[in-house]
Design a binder for this molecule. Structure first.
Ligand code: T1G
Length: 691
């Protein structure tokens, strides 16, 4: 018996228990354990029924994602599923933790499913650019119906046990903490009842009801077109569910296989599987071991109740951590508090939290007008105006107020953490915690390590990120740290290119079609042209537009004109401003460019900046740079991020293009030495720093 499986028999009930940390992923050892253990119980005449249960933190959390792209090993997941589904003895899945992907699919091959009330189930394969490839697209609709299956599988959303029971995925809930006992009792009752075994595959009524109904799929495609834009997996999932409705089960399974293979061999899925692991790799810091002691963070102080300070505070309130929010003026403090409450109220209106949650979270928030109120805080985060003198003044005051051992963090988006730390006598407790706006939404948290920041402070920052649902990326000190510095060239090159002939709309369309939510000029109009780059002294097109009262969507239009519904149209006024600016600066025109050429001119410099960030040691690894871009700037995940994408484009091609741009546009395009080296050696940017 492989060491992951344990087989026992209790009063005629066979119990097959699998324990394969960390999440009982259905890798080859687990599949062999199920195969061998199940065959043993099936052959045992004393066994009347079988319980399939897992040890550790969760029921099977899916196929082993590390196995994709490698030669398949027998038994495959389909073989294990078939063994169970064809069983002459009743099989009951006993679920705790998160039964996900192949784990839930395995459970759907059992005759019954029981779960702990805290369990969750789901088919999240779409997040990996995949679809449930072990029958989930054929069996789940037969239990929950077509609409719910469409929603669950294309969203990858997890269902709690109560909903799973109500929708028919589960047959019973057990007492919390008594899963094994209650699953055995349930199975004993199944034996006593001696009901005919019903397989999920044989339940046809919920899919038969939709036979010939193409409208439900057309409507679903239409209402989700925006969300699914650029992704392959959702469309293939919809096709699988159409097959579940229109085809006999086995034909549907065949169709699912075809559509799964299309995805698992795609670059998009490879990128999304890479992103899955990249996101989990960021917290691993070579010189800060996983067992580095961390400091307890039971109370937080936030200085500044503006947009960032308020959003930052919400992260901790959401995690049940009390926050003292400090402002200098009462009206700013009151405004900050009302914005926080309004945010919670609107979330409650959408049903995502209850009114009680709103009150509980607001109850954890203490307003204050004096820094002295932070004297007992375990962590203090400064989120005031981006001015070094102001920040140093605040940190000098905190040095005299904060208790010994308190973490002192700045949310600065580009200022030097070491200089800020120098204003205190405790630089080892100073770090950057750089949130991305909206701070209570964006998942990226840059943890900025100063020269003197203590390892336990860094470990605490990385752990805290997970506590508040963020993905931490460690950064050394440089102007803009990782994400902002990385993405700066995209805006810089857009502003340069628009002066050479390509219009704002052509540039925005190219970037939108690449996969960003919007292009740089639409973004500028949305944020406000008077806001972005307001502290630049030199003349810019943006400045010329603002001088004409064109502040963007909010006033007078910007790069675009807007109707009363804020629908954008190209602006002849903006075109003239751009032409005048180009003329005044004798800028050589380049004519019309293809979308691919525009993308290269805006995003290859981003790749180049990522290479510089890596060669300077600002980021630990290429995948960290990708996580920062995806989580901080919504870089489309199905490309894997700038580093992974560059690898798929070909580093040698990018180096050649950068050299051509350099010859034409100057040293800003000069390829980074690391990029040139990796291209020459045929290595990959995304693998820099990988273990
Ligand atoms: N395969 C391999 N490793 C996995 C894994 C998986 N499915 N899930 C998690 N891990 C590792 C993870 O990399 C980390 O490793 C550790 O486990 C803890 O994970 C055929 C095709 C289960 C909700 O997509 O959603 O089934 O960093 O940090 O926050 O139809 O892990 O410790 O070395 O995320 O408590 C479908 C993916 C697969 C579920 C737990 N299943 N996993 O969250 O811990 S495809 C999934 C998760 C499939 C079939 C299809 C989460 C979790 P390390 P963690 P967590």
């Amino acid at each position: 018996m492989t060491n992951v499986a344990t087989v026992t028999v209790e009063n005629g009930i066979g119990i097959l228990s699998i324990d394969s940390p960390p999440v009982n992923a259905l890798g080859i050892a687990v599949r062999r354990g199920i195969d061998e253990g199940f065959k043993q119980l099936a052959a045992d005449n004393a066994v009347k029924a079988i319980v399939l249960i897992c040890g550790g933190r969760t029921f099977f959390a899916g196929a082993d994602i590390t196995e994709f792209g490698k030669p398949p090993q027998s038994p495959g997941l389909h073989d294990v599923c078939k063994l169970i589904e064809d069983s002459a003895k009743p099989v009951v899945a006993a679920i705790h933790g998160t039964a996900l992907g192949g784990g839930l699919e395995l459970a759907l091959n059992c005759h019954y499913r029981v779960a702990a009330p805290s369990a969750k189930v789901g088919l999240p394969e779409v997040a990996l650019g995949l679809l449930p490839g072990a029958g989930g697209t054929q069996r789940l609709p037969r239990l929950v119906g077509v609409e719910r299956a469409l929603d669950l599988i294309t969203s990858g959303r997890q269902m709690n046990a109560k909903d799973a029971l109500e929708t028919g995925v589960l047959d019973a809930l057990t007492e919390e903490g008594q899963l094994r006992r209650d699953a055995i009792a349930f199975t004993q009752q199944v034996v006593v009842d001696n009901k005919p075994l019903k397989r999920v595959r044989d339940r046809d009524e919920k899919v038969a009801a939709y036979r010939g109904n193409t409208q439900v799929f057309a409507d679903f495609r239409k209402s989700n077109a925006r969300a699914f834009r650029g992704y392959k997996a959702p469309e293939n999932i919809i096709k699988c569910i159409e097959a579940a409705v229109e085809l006999p089960f086995d034909a549907g399974m065949k169709r699912e296989r075809e559509l799964f293979l299309e995805l698992v061999t795609s670059t998009e899925s490879a990128a999304q599987r890479y992103a899955f692991f990249a996101e989990r790799e960021t917290a691993k810091i070579p010189d800060v071991p996983a067992d580095t002691p961390t400091l307890p963070i039971k109370s937080v102080g936030v200085i500044g109740a503006g947009t960032m300070g308020g959003g930052i505070a919400m992260n901790f309130l959401n995690a049940g951590i009390p926050v003292t929010l400090v402002e200098v003026r009462q009206e700013a403090l009151d405004r900050g508090l009302s914005v926080i409450r309004r945010n919670y109220e609107s979330t409650a209106k959408k049903g995502r939290i209850t009114q009680a949650d709103v009150e509980k979270r607001m109850g954890l928030l203490t307003p204050a007008l004096d820094l002295a109120a932070l004297k007992d805080a375990d962590l203090i985060i400064e989120a005031v105006f981006e001015s070094m003198p102001i920040k140093k003044e605040i940190f000098a005051k905190l040095d005299g107020i904060a208790k010994p051992g308190a973490l002192l963090a700045s949310n600065t988006s580009y200022l030097n953490i070491d200089e800020i730390a120098s204003a205190t006598t405790r630089p080892e407790h100073v770090l950057g915690l750089h949130f991305f706006s909206p701070a209570n939404v964006m998942r990226l948290l840059e943890v900025v390590r100063g020269e003197k920041t203590d390892r336990s402070v860094i470990a605490t920052g990385m752990k805290l990120a997970k506590t508040i649902g963020k993905v931490p990326v460690l950064s050394r000190v440089c102007h803009g740290f990782i994400a902002n510095r990385l993405m700066n060239p995209r805006g810089r090159e857009a502003n340069a290119l628009v002066l050479r002939g390509p219009t704002p709309q052509q540039i925005d369309t190219a970037i939108y079609n690449y996969g960003f939510a919007m292009g740089p000029f639409q973004m500028g109009d949305l944020v406000g042209l008077d806001v972005i780059g307001r502290d630049s002294t030199e003349r810019t097109v943006r400045g010329d537009l603002v001088a004409l009262g064109r502040l963007g969507q909010k006033q007078g239009g910007g790069f675009y004109d807007y109707d009363e519904n804020r629908n954008a149209t190209p602006s002849p006024v903006a075109a003239q401003v751009i032409a005048d600016f180009a003329r005044d600066h004798q800028i050589q025109q380049i004519g019309v460019l293809s979308e691919e050429e525009i993308v290269a001119r805006l995003l290859y410099p981003v790749v180049n900046e990522g290479a510089k960030i890596l060669e300077e040691g600002i980021a630990l690894r290429g995948s960290d740079v990708d996580v920062a871009a995806m989580m901080g700037y919504n870089w489309p995940v199905y490309t894997g991020g700038p580093m992974f994408w560059a690898d798929t484009v070909g580093l040698d091609k990018i180096v050649a293009k950068l050299r051509a741009f350099e010859a034409e546009g100057g040293e800003a395009f000069a390829p980074a030495p690391l990029l040139v080296k990796l291209a020459a050696e045929g290595k990959r940017l995304s693998q820099v720093g990988a273990k």
